[in-house]
Design a protein around this ligand. Structure first.
Ligand code: PGA
Length: 301
């Protein structure tokens, strides 16, 4: 069988109109050109597809079968061209993403793995705190945001993809290192180096201690997890950070996690965008990628 897509297209038009004249108008072809395509198709197949009775043409039994299959073929052609267009969109697309300061510890790893898969995509990554992320979402700036749970009263679509445990860290020579099941009350005797107000970590910490009626003695406030870790290492107090900010410090024993009752504080990481926002193909592909591969790539849970 040696038929062409063009012949199939002409055949479909004639089958639907049951008229060479109508079909030639729909296809912007001359009537002899349409008749010739059908004749060639019938010759290729070795069977008549139409029969003429008076002035009217009808599909033969073979024509009816052929029509059924040609519809499936053209549907599939439409589908594949749509999929390819989408893929071109992902390949050449640009992803604008904003992440919470703490999420930056794994966001670059996610983006690197994603760009290995779609190597022509480009990115813009903004790292900032929770308050600013919510403002950016209000202004519809980023395609996607990675942050802790956003407030329920905003028109946002938030999907959790991984847990984010917050732990208490101490310098390796701290007297509580190695103590099992440290009661929460004991923390009131310590000084804490904390994240800035407006950060998700700070909010989670406040809610947690308030719900346990514990008043923390907070010392320095810092806008970066790195600064907190260094301050704790230098003996300026205890810190509360996400485990996602720790790996090297634990491996090299520069910091240790304390075994405190009711810890870790369990938060979740969310992929967030505005409700009703139409995600671009590249944003949709990244969203899917985070759900499929995120946990495996980031680890630590
Ligand atoms: P943060 O966000 O970096 O602003 O603390 C993380 C979170 O929401 O837990």
């Amino acid at each position: 069988m040696n038929i062409t897509f063009r012949q199939l297209e002409v055949f479909e038009a004639v089958s639907k109109a049951l008229s060479y004249t109508q079909a030639s108008k729909a296809l912007h072809l001359s009537q002899p050109a349409v008749s010739m395509q059908i004749k060639q198709l019938e010759d290729n197949l070795g069977i008549d597809l139409f029969e003429q009775m008076g002035k009217q043409i009808y599909l033969t039994e073979a024509g009816i079968e052929m029509f059924r299959y040609s519809q499936v073929i053209s549907q599939q052609l439409d589908e594949v061209s749509e999929v390819l267009e989408q893929l071109k969109g992902v390949q050449r697309g640009k992803l604008t993403i904003s992440v919470a300061s703490t999420a930056n510890y794994f966001a670059t790893r996610l983006l690197a793995a994603f760009s290995r898969k779609y190597d022509e995509t480009t990115f813009s990554l903004d790292v900032t705190n929770r308050e600013t992320l919510l403002l950016q979402l209000d202004n519809n700036e980023p395609d996607l945001v990675i942050m802790g749970k956003p407030p329920a009263d905003r028109e946002l679509l938030a999907e959790a993809f991984m847990t984010n445990p917050l732990v208490v860290v101490a310098a390796p020579d701290h007297p509580l290192i190695g103590v099992k099941d440290i009661p929460l009350e004991l923390l009131q005797e310590e000084t804490f180096v904390v994240r800035e107000k407006g950060s998700g970590t700070w909010g989670a910490m406040q809610r947690f201690f308030a719900s346990h009626s514990i008043v923390l003695n907070t010392g320095m406030e810092m806008t970066s997890n790195e600064a907190i870790k260094q301050a704790v290492e230098a003996g300026l107090g205890l810190g509360i950070v996400s485990v996602h900010t720790l790996s090297l410090e634990l491996e090299t024993h520069r910091l240790a996690i304390l075994d405190v009752q009711s810890f870790p504080i369990l938060r979740d990481w969310y992929l967030v965008h505005r409700q009703g926002k139409r995600l671009s193909p590249v944003a949709e592909a990244f969203r899917q990628f985070v759900f499929d591969e995120g946990q495996k790539l980031i680890g630590f849970n």
